[in-house]
Design a protein around this ligand. Structure first.
Ligand SMILES: NC(=O)c1ccc[n+]([C@@H]2O[C@H](COP(=O)([O-])OP(=O)(O)OC[C@H]3O[C@@H](n4cnc5c(N)ncnc54)[C@H](O)[C@@H]3O)[C@@H](O)[C@H]2O)c1
Length: 465
């Protein structure tokens, strides 16, 4: 039964309704069937979905901690130019509300309505009929319930990463969006970083030839953040590391890679295998610092390998326990070129067969490529606002700008509900694989087969807006 509880925590209880007679002694062999049983009825595809244009997008923000406050600042230019208005805030902590009010007062005359009475007060915000978009920046466990409630009350939803961390919740997000016809997207900012957009534009213009492989990661020493009593509200983040093991933060690496590989637009993930190292760094640091939590299930380094339907491979890593410089790796390999991030380097194959002497392009050539292939959205935003450099070096502004302008104009959003579920579902599937001696686990198809149709990425369309 213990194994059943574990599987339920990852798949969701409904998986077992479809397969009530599963033998728990044999679950590794039965896992592919069990995953299949999580697949749900769909309600009509939202691919290319356009909602009615919204002249001025009225926004309610739930969660104004570290992330919510940064994203709030990204609205300055949009509010000043009448594309958006901040209508309401919800948070549990008075000091966060106070800082958010101070930020808003710098560039919006009208104050935001406040919902901070209790843990359920955000529902009153989500039920207001003068809000078009909910921006959700709360701890992970609240992402799905808040997104689903918002859509059920007629709101478009933009939710922080990951949008869900059980398969059942990912299906719930997809089904609710399809049923309500509301946009529901995960706001994966790294897709909008200058380097990732440059690599994407090169890939789209054939510089890499045919793609074969990519590597991405979230390698970020979060020990100080997670062990601090004050950084995350109620230390929500470290609690995941006590009870779970796998890749909890897939999307900073995988979002851009999925764009490079046209995932959901002609290709998709078929199966993955995942392995975690032993855990040492976080527990040793916790003991040294006399922190209240000492025992962690999550290994220091998780490595996940994903195979796509068209035969491409992806290596994805997750390590927030080890002291080291930050990296998302951002490697892309094709038949004609290779890119590596941290620092950004490019190799372009000139077709000559060499025994040795393969070099990255020199600085001057790299600059030429950069000038030629900087993404048109970045080129445009450079000219309209200094804000294009704000929020994680610019990517947060570019992301919020694209979200609001696409809503203003009734255009499909760059990241859709299927992207959000596919990228997030790597988390529970990695956990299943880690718990089953790195067994290869198949992916459910959130698109109901629609991924087979090759389509142009939305972020390559309407780039002049
Ligand atoms: N994309 C990025 O670059 C990036 C960076 C940082 C964090 N994040 C994501 O943002 C989210 C928030 O992270 P954070 O670092 O801001 O955490 P945080 O703890 O600083 O903020 C969470 C906030 O949610 C509020 N909250 C909790 N329960 C609530 C409820 N019931 N009603 C209203 N408010 C509630 C808390 O009071 C807190 O202020 C996470 O999903 C995280 O993964 C993304």
């Amino acid at each position: 039964m213990k194994r059943k509880e574990f599987l339920q925590s990852i798949l969701g209880a409904s998986a077992f309704m479809a397969m009530p007679n599963i033998s728990f002694a044999e679950t590794p062999e039965a896992l592919p069937e069990l995953i299949k049983s999580t697949e749900k009825q769909t309600f009509g595809s939202l691919i290319g979905h356009k909602a009615t244009p919204i002249k001025k997008v009225r926004v309610g923000i739930i969660g104004l901690g570290n992330r919510g406050k940064v994203l709030l600042k990204m609205f300055k230019w949009l509010v000043e130019n009448d594309h958006a208005e901040i209508v309401a805030f919800s948070d549990l902590l008075d000091q966060n509300i106070k800082v958010a009010e101070e930020i808003l007062a710098q560039w919006q005359k009208k104050k935001a309505a406040i919902y901070s009475k209790n843990e359920e007060d955000w529902k009153n915000l989500a039920q207001r009929d003068d809000i078009d978009l909910l921006l959700i920046c709360t701890p992970w466990r609240l992402h799905t319930p808040m997104s689903v409630f918002g859509m059920n009350h007629g709101k478009h939803v933009a939710c922080e990463v990951p949008i869900a961390y059980t398969l059942e919740d990912n299906w719930n997000i997809v089904q609710t969006a399809e049923r309500t016809k509301m946009h529901c997207i995960m706001i994966e900012n790294c897709c909008y970083n200058q380097e990732e957009m440059f690599v994407l534009n090169m890939a789209e213009n054939g510089v890499f030839g045919d793609l074969t492989h990519a590597e991405g990661a979230y390698l970020h020493d979060l020990r100080a953040h997670m062990l601090s009593k004050d950084y995350y509200q109620d230390q929500w983040r470290i609690k995941h590391h006590i009870t779970r093991d796998g890749n909890f933060y897939t999307t900073h690496g995988l979002g851009p890679i999925s764009f490079y590989m046209n995932i959901g637009r002609g290709d998709t993930y078929m199966h993955l295998t995942s392995m975690s190292s032993r855990e040492l760094n976080l527990s040793e640091t916790a003991k040294r610092e006399n922190a209240p939590y000492h025992n962690f299930k999550c290994g220091d380094m998780n490595t996940t390998l994903i195979k796509t339907a068209k035969g491409k491979s992806i290596m994805l890593q997750f390590d927030v326990h080890t002291g080291r410089p930050y990296s998302r790796i951002n490697k892309l390999v094709g038949t004609k070129a290779v890119h590596d991030g941290y620092p950004s380097r490019l190799y372009v194959d000139d077709g000559k067969l060499l025994y040795w002497g393969h070099n990255w392009v020199d600085d001057a050539t790299y600059k030429e490529y950069e000038e030629k292939y900087t993404h048109p959205i970045i080129k445009k935003l450079r000219n309209i606002s200094k804000s294009y450099k704000e929020g994680h070096g610019g990517m947060d502004f570019v992301m919020i700008y694209r979200l609001i302008r696409c809503l203003n104009l009734g255009l499909p959003l760059d990241i859709n509900v299927y992207d959000s579920a596919i990228w997030s579902a790597v988390t529970p599937i990695s956990e299943l694989s880690v718990a089953s001696n790195s067994l290869s686990i198949p992916f459910p198809d959130f698109t109901n087969g629609a991924w087979k149709e090759a389509r142009q990425l939305e972020v390559m369309q309407n780039t002049a807006i």
